[in-house]
Design a protein around this ligand. Sequence first.
Ligand code: NDP
Ligand code: 2IT
Length: 453
Amino acid sequence: MLEETYQSLVKRDPDQPEFHQAVREVLESLESVLDKHPEYRSARIVERIIEPERVIIFRVPWVDDSGEVRVNRGFRIEANSAIGPYKGGLRFHPSVNLGILKFLAFEQIFKNALTGIPMGGGKGGSDFDPKGKSDAEVMRFCQSFMMELFRYIGPTTDVPAGDIGVGGREIGYLFGTWKKLRNQWGGVLTGKGLAYGGSLIRPEATGYGAVYFAQEMLKTRGENLEDKVCLVSGSGNVAQFAAQKINQLGGRVVTLSDSSGCIYDPEGIDHQKLQWVMELKNVRRGRIKEYADKFTGATYQEWDAFNPPTDHNPLWDHKADCAFPSATQNEINARDARNLIKNGVYLVSEGANMPTVPEGIEIFLDEKILYGPGKAANAGGVATSGLEMAQNAIFSSWSREEVDQRLHQIMVNIHAQAHAASEKYGAKGNYVLGANAAGFLKVAEAMMAQGVV
Ligand code: NDP
Ligand code: 2IT
């Protein structure tokens, strides 16, 4: 039955491989859940969840600094609103297409359910590449993007946030345009600056959350992060704050990357070096390559941005204990997964969305390492977006300590839920099955209560 559902999805949208991949992983987890809940089969809950409630595609014209008119494509996938307003990030990257955003929106449904905050699933973005663009160009693009998107979003309807290529700068421009068009202030976007309704800890939340999730997994074996050697990929928002939290907890981060290549620093990317990386990536918008020129003992390996390593990714081929993939989807292939195991890695906590290919996941599960899939491990970002929405709704703001403590508790709860569900459905310690089952059950229950809508 689920195989049939999957095949009809592939037939309907043959050109969306990432979406197929994300759906397949969830369907594989659901057999035993649906055996216990035949009512979900007859109500076609699965078929309804995999079909987005609404897909919006629009033209985004803008004028570059030399006066040329450019045209990009904008998207918003409103995947599921059973438990709350659509919620999920915006991605600006040349690789963005409908299939990639549908996979992200689909994962977001379950991730958001796991946070315990009433948020439905959504995702959006554009094939616009902010890299190499001036601030003025990025602003004009964001204004044009919002001139269309504003019709569909609102603080209790659909609340976008950041993702790859969308950080504080972009959220600021998007928010300013929405406010002007609506003549209204509202918590319609999260990841806002502190000066205009943002939440403390939101920038840190995804990376910190992935590390809190790792701590919980380690606890099940009576261990912690002290002295653990950690591989982190990416050097953007998630990677930076995952590295910061690992350092705070006594671990040693030895790698970072961007779409051009990766660096390896066996002595560790300590607090001071990380501050330098943050300035490099967030202020100067430079390349990670410069790290190896700046710090002796570090090495750099280049790859082609539009032809990233398909054979294997050298970042995953170093001796280590833990890995925190925090760049993008499918950045760990089967060979990388085997290299990780061979080099001693026994914990993988995914800061990125779907960074491991299905064969890689199989290897991690077969080897019984501590493997935290993205929809559980990186849920701290959207959870703290939920906390930002709550603060906006009551026109208040909480202290750093308060938000961090709530984030920590949410990650502890997500771990506990995923662990408990894995046990209940006969695969103790399999967080893939646990997270998929626990997230699905919440959404399914809400959908059953609301009838066929
Ligand atoms: P950023 O844009 O801040 O950073 C992305 C990093 O990954 C950059 O270093 C970028 O390199 C690198 N990267 C992007 N695309 C590729 C690619 N195709 N190949 C190799 N490297 C690439 O994004 P975030 O840190 O926010 O997002 C990273 C991951 O975390 C994504 O999978 C995202 O979906 C996920 N995530 C983000 C959350 C958030 O709150 N921001 C929440 C949950 C998950 P370069 O500088 O060259 O572009
Ligand atoms: O993938 C994700 O969870 C995000 N990019 C964050 C979404 C959000 O609404 O904060």
